[in-house]
Design a protein around this ligand. Structure first.
Ligand SMILES: Nc1ncnc2c1ncn2[C@@H]1O[C@H](COP(=O)(O)OP(=O)(O)O)[C@@H](O)[C@H]1O
Ligand SMILES: [Mg+2]
Length: 255
């Protein structure tokens, strides 16, 4: 495989991930182009989070090859701290739980990683933080503490914090699942704008309407494998496998 094709920002080849006694991701191949927005859907336990976490090496594959920007991994390679730093800088991750530092202001939450990881001065970091707060429509919250914010606001701060390291790809793991629907909409609005601005995004989500509207490609996982992928039109409106049809029917029944 040519892992260095400049059109692709993320490439996975034959990736397998095992937990003790459990094969969570099976033979996954996935190439993602710069600027592409991917939605990953599928039932609980399908391996969606494991796959996402593998892309920034929070999980280590047992076989296969992976590249993200300039970062390369295959099982024969021993990773150095510098390799991992390169990967962590290339990816921004947003989790279901917002994971902000509770004892720091919003500004410090977003500025500190820039100072630590990118070596920006406090003034540079705070200037970038102000831009990002503007982008997530929370410019007036710079000096608030996370506990004073709604869940939707905290998640938008978490997005701003991930963007502060200028990642090449943003990874979202069910970013709205912990939120009331109307607060989820605020977060989806920020994500929609990010997609429109050309950010490469991989989004694990149950928000099918959002996936249909924003994703260039929808990937369906079940039992650790990719069982179907294509445009939202193909996959959501006209799925080819019975397993996919079942999954969407179950989701629609719930809504
Ligand atoms: N740390 C772990 N140790 C053992 N099994 C795990 C671990 N994390 C996840 N699993 C199992 O791997 C499977 C896939 O999990 P996950 O990737 O979280 O699925 P999804 O995000 O699609 O719900 C599940 O059956 C889960 O129980
Ligand atoms: Mg998950």
């Amino acid at each position: 495989m040519r892992l260095t094709d400049p059109d692709y920002i993320v490439r996975l080849k034959d990736i397998n991930v095992r937990y003790t006694g459990f094969h969570a991701v099976k033979d996954v191949d996935l190439d993602i182009k710069r600027g592409e927005v991917i939605a990953i859907v599928g039932p609980s336990g399908a391996g969606k989070s494991t796959l996402l976490r593998t892309i920034n090496m929070l999980e280590t594959p047992h076989s296969g090859e992976l590249s993200v920007g300039d970062f390369r991994f295959d099982v024969s390679k021993t990773l150095t701290a510098a390799d991992l730093l390169k990967l962590r800088r290339a990816t921004g991750m947003v989790f279901q739980s917002f994971n902000l530092f509770p004892h720091m202001t919003v500004e410090r939450n977003i500025s500190l990683p820039q100072m630590r990881v990118l070596g920006r001065s406090k003034a540079e970091a705070n200037a970038r933080t102000a831009q990002l707060l503007d982008r997530v429509k929370l410019a007036d919250k710079a000096h608030s503490y996370p506990s004073r914010l709604s869940g939707g606001q905290q998640q938008r701060i978490a997005i701003a914090r991930a963007l502060a390291l200028d990642p090449q790809v943003m990874l979202f793991d069910e970013p709205t699942s912990a939120l009331d629907p109307e607060l989820g909409l605020e977060v989806l609005a920020v994500m929609r704008e990010l997609a429109r601005d050309g950010m490469t995004m991989i989004v694990v989500t149950h928000e099918i309407a959002f996936a249909a509207e924003v994703a260039d490609r929808v990937i369906v996982m079940a039992n650790g494998a990719i069982i179907e992928q294509g445009t939202p039109d193909e996959v959501i409106r006209n799925p080819s496998s019975e397993r996919t049809r079942q999954f969407f029917r179950a989701i629609l029944d719930r809504q």
